[in-house]
Design a protein around this ligand. Sequence first.
Ligand code: BMP
Length: 224
Amino acid sequence: MLVVAIDPPVREEKDRRIDILVRGVDEYVSGYKIGIPFLLKHGKQGIRRLRRLTEKPIIADLKLADIGDIMSTTVKHLANTGVNAVIAHAFVGYNGALETLMKTSMVTGIGIILVASMSHEGSREFIDKHIDEFLDLAVKAEVEGIVTPATRPNVIRYARERLGGSIKIYSPGIGIQGAEPGSALCAGADYEIVGRLITGSKNPGEAAREVREIQLKRWSKCHG
Ligand code: BMP
């Protein structure tokens, strides 16, 4: 239900050692999302280190948006790091892009999660205008999951209605971006992605425990 986004800041003094962070939050979380900041700072070695620290799934949020062969090469680079899934953009389309990526996903066992909508306002400018096509594409490509924003629960509700239960929904936008823990789960998401609310807290373990508690309270209210 809770995926922690680890996006280490550039400035060292604001940084938190990954092992301390993971030790604090691991019992409360379903998985971790790392992205380009993590990869630039810690490299593939860092992913392997994270793998040794936790048995929970690791999602590499690279927001791939390239021709199929290059997206596939990127995923193959991650094949022995312990990454379980990679996030890709949907707007690159199927032919020559996601079709190829899905074949590599089958070979490597690394799942693909597609961005169907984003949490910032600008998502309405282009991306959200194509949500129906992106959801159809997610079904056609048989991806593991999609990203829809906690900041716009109506988009999550819409995606859940259209997709049924087979594709997992990951929702960022909780905390610093404004949405309340549990609100995306109530709208139909499977996982809430939470970053700075937890990683920027003085006590990330306690922050993760609190987020879980609020999630469960809200969940039991909306499904009770
Ligand atoms: P935070 O909870 O600190 O705002 O972090 C949210 C995380 O989710 C970040 O890693 C960001 O890259 C990611 N994300 C997002 O915020 N909105 C999206 O639409 C898609 C994302 O992957």
